[in-house]
Design a protein around this ligand. Structure first.
Ligand SMILES: [Fe+2]
Ligand SMILES: [Fe+2]
Length: 159
């Protein structure tokens, strides 16, 4: 009996796939941090409601990082990247929050979500019909990112 290994059943170049997943992984860590810090520092009216939403997003971004890390390990890749190298591997390059104003924080978060949506859409095109497992992981993540985008747009309309 032939034993099929994880690398044998994917039809995309492994190195390229791992590079894209690594970018997604560090971006998710960046997004987690951005939301988490945002929830801690925002000021002004509506702070409690917005902070609670940002904390929920932070947890979800961390769970995305976890799913992606698991897939990277399955594919034989590395997740032990030095934090000082995260920025080099990043795609969306989450920046330090520039203000404690709710509106500024939300606008910066929105930018991050839009970048993630574009990136994951590309990753779905890359893996479609060629790597079913990665495709299904990323499809679920993209659904969450679209929901996050909508949550932020709604908050921006309400404040
Ligand atoms: Fe995410
Ligand atoms: Fe998100």
């Amino acid at each position: 009996m032939t034993v099929l290994k994880v690398k044998d059943i994917i039809k995309v170049p492994l190195k390229e796939l791992l590079a894209k997943l690594t970018t997604a992984y560090v971006d998710e860590l960046g997004a987690t941090y951005q939301y988490w810090v945002g929830a801690k520092i925002i000021q002004g009216s509506g702070r409690t409601t917005v902070a609670s939403e940002l904390n929920t997003h932070a947890q979800e971004e961390l769970s995305h990082a976890e799913s992606i890390a698991t897939r990277i390990i399955q594919l034989g890749g590395q997740i032990n990247i030095y934090p000082q190298d995260w920025h080099k591997k990043a795609g969306c390059h989450y920046k330090a929050i520039s203000s404690t104003k709710i509106i500024t924080v939300l606008k910066e978060n929105l930018k991050g979500e839009q970048c993630a949506i574009e990136f994951y859409n590309g990753l779905l095109n890359f893996t479609q019909g060629k790597d079913h497992v990665t495709y299904s992981i990323i499809e679920k993540i993209l659904e969450d990112e679209l929901e996050h985008e909508q949550d932020i747009i709604t908050l921006l309309e309400e404040i």
